[in-house]
Unconditional design. Structure first.
Length: 59
């Protein structure tokens, strides 16, 4: 029954909403991966490229 509800919700969502949810999942997975590998995350803040320690990023 839960699968019927989730498939119905997916049908009612717009493509933009699906993309937004997908990008949030990618971001969470990337942060978890970088924390596991203890590797820096490269982001752009304004016009500057910044290297962040993954432990500094809140969950």
């Amino acid at each position: 029954m839960a699968t019927a509800k989730s498939s119905q919700l997916k049908k009612n969502m717009s493509t933009a909403e699906k993309l937004e949810i997908g990008m949030k999942l990618v971001k969470a997975d990337l942060i978890a991966y970088k924390k596991a590998k203890n590797s820096e995350i490269v982001v752009m803040q304004g016009d500057k490229i910044v290297y962040l320690n993954p432990d500094e990023i809140p969950d």
